[in-house]
Design a protein around this ligand. Structure first.
Ligand code: CIR
Length: 262
């Protein structure tokens, strides 16, 4: 059984952090409806929804992905690169505690979960404006005992590594190669986003199905041509906040594994 940890959008979402986008009005009511539909897709793909209440004082708190990395063996609570986002982690740590042993990224390291792409036992971490080498070193020390490799990857022109590349099938990545070097990912198969859809590389793979924004129909077609089952959702209000589909949930197996099982 998979659990999807989500948080209701904050009424202050319009005051979100922005790095590469200009501020636009955000319709919070519409964001709530889009979030509800997103939750329905997660449920349809087999997730049990674990929903945290909205945090009115934390505009970006709907983007729970950035606050933790949840693996079978443990959860790493991040230290987000945007200082104003750091208070988001406490309630996520409380929610994860019944399910996993927790460890925490320590200062001065900074890490956003949006920079962490796990493909089996390979963990790729974006060196971005949010995540740094100190945090990558800490993550490596935490994960190596469980057999994970942790590799830093340069990211240019976008917010997070997962703005540029995500997993869409067991052996396949969806990628915008203008923002990250395809060669970093070894032998994995690559699907490129359509050139007219640079923001189209963020997809959420669950149980062989992919939740994907309706905003990128050309790339969606490419995925479907590869035999990938796509469930399209409108996430326009989250896109204005520089978010997409992976960032609104933390998906993990209900039962973890201890070090002895690893
Ligand atoms: C931020 O700048 O932190 C938020 N406005 C957007 C975070 C999106 N997170 C993600 O894609 N993992």
């Amino acid at each position: 059984m998979l659990i999807a940890l989500v948080r209701e959008p904050s009424p202050s979402l319009a005051n979100c952090e922005l790095t590469h986008l200009d501020r636009q009005p955000i319709d919070v009511e519409l964001a709530r409806r889009q979030h509800h539909r997103y939750e329905q897709c997660l449920a349809a793909l087999g997730c049990q929804i674990l929903r945290l209440p909205a945090e009115p004082a934390l505009p970006d708190s709907v983007f729970v992905e950035d606050t933790a990395i949840v693996l079978d063996e443990l959860a790493v609570i991040t230290r987000p690169g945007a200082a104003l986002r750091r208070p988001e982690t406490a309630s996520v740590a409380c929610a994860l505690e019944p399910y996993r042993r927790l460890c925490h990224i320590q200062p001065p390291g900074t890490l956003d979960g949006g920079d962490v792409l796990c493909v089996g036992k390979q963990v790729f971490v974006g060196l971005s404006s949010r995540s740094d080498q100190a945090a990558i070193d800490q993550l490596r020390s935490a994960l190596q005992p469980f057999g994970y490799s942790v590799k830093g990857v340069n990211v240019n022109g976008c917010l997070h590594l997962k703005s540029a590349v995500t997993q869409v099938a067991e052996d396949t990545l969806l990628i915008n190669s203008c923002w990250v070097n395809t060669g970093e990912f070894g032998k994995l198969r690559i699907v490129q986003v359509d050139a007219a859809e640079p923001h189209g590389a963020n997809a959420l793979l669950i149980h062989g199905g992919v939740i994907y924004p309706t905003a990128f129909p050309h790339t969606q077609k490419r995925l479907e041509e590869q035999g990938i089952q796509v469930m399209a959702v409108d996430v326009s209000e989250f896109a204005k906040a520089e978010g997409a589909v992976t960032c609104c949930s933390l998906v993990f197996k209900r039962g973890g594994k201890s070090l002895r099982d690893a």
